[in-house]
Ligand binder design. Structure first.
Ligand SMILES: [Ca+2]
Length: 267
């Protein structure tokens, strides 16, 4: 049996392609060790006036940092605390995003203590987020937020959807994945500590370029958690990559086969 010889340039191209497909591209990464300068206080016409999250260090807040070897993070205190970071997506075209952040849940179960984190469009037409709040019917569970859906909305317009993942004291990894490839155009996934909290498949497809930390609504009494290590990556488009890769491999095989057949024909 003949071994398939792949030209070095093609092998390099395929390996490079696999590398791109297998490694998500990070477009924002903030462990808050360099200060709070990446974040600005949320401001929107008609919205309540917001306040900044408190930049803390472990000298005053032992639970205020998640970064290994680091010392700084954000503390959520007032319910009006809310900051944003706007992403420049112009170099990327149509992409989905993967927001990863760490959240210290202080397990404040008093009514109205409410911490929220989300990815959203700058005009607030779409919001994909997490919330922790002591709702009367699910007092210690995570909630996910999908504001705009193409199907029936059972949330009464708030977008808050219950999960079955219980809150516990301490640091937790919250992740939101927005897919925008054609095969998953309306899909978003939410994970808590690597466990799927919600997969929504009727999400209105919208470019999301704003990261929001904090509730920002003083109708609630407080926020009492911490957040740190906020990262945004481009969501690989598996079908597109797979199709392209399959196409490249098929093309290589076809060229190989074509040459072989040609040689046989000559021989
Ligand atoms: Ca930190």
């Amino acid at each position: 049996m003949k071994s398939l010889r792949i030209p070095p340039f093609l092998l390099c191209s395929v390996l490079c392609f696999l590398g791109v497909a297998g490694r998500a591209q990070t477009i924002f990464d903030d462990n808050l060790e360099g200060g709070p300068g990446n974040w600005s206080v949320y401001s929107y016409p008609g919205a309540p006036v917001c306040t900044p999250l408190t930049y803390v260090s472990t000298t005053t807040d032992p639970n205020g940092n998640h970064t290994p070897g680091g010392a700084f993070g954000f503390k959520l205190t007032r319910a009006s605390d809310r900051v944003v970071h706007d992403l420049d997506l112009s170099p990327y075209g149509t992409i989905g995003l993967h927001l990863s952040l760490w959240y210290y849940d202080a397990m404040n179960m008093s009514g109205g203590d409410f911490e929220a984190f989300d990815l959203r469009s700058p005009n607030n037409s779409q919001i994909l987020g997490f919330a922790t709040r002591a709702y009367a019917d699910r007092p210690n569970y995570y909630w996910c937020r999908v504001l705009a859906v193409t199907g029936y909305d059972p949330t009464g317009g708030t977008g808050y959807r219950a999960t079955s993942i219980q809150r516990t004291l301490g640091w937790h990894h919250l992740e939101i994945l927005q897919y925008r490839d054609l095969a998953h155009l309306n899909t978003a996934e939410f994970y808590v500590d690597d466990v799927l909290a919600l997969r929504q498949t009727d999400v209105v497809d919208t470019a999301l370029s704003r990261v929001v930390l904090g509730l920002g609504w003083s109708g609630n009494p407080s926020q009492t958690g911490y957040t740190d290590d906020i990262t945004v990556q481009v969501v690989p488009e598996p079908d597109v990559f797979s199709l392209a890769l399959a196409g490249a491999v098929t093309a290589a095989a076809f060229r190989r086969t074509g040459r072989t057949r040609g040689r046989r024909g000559v021989a």
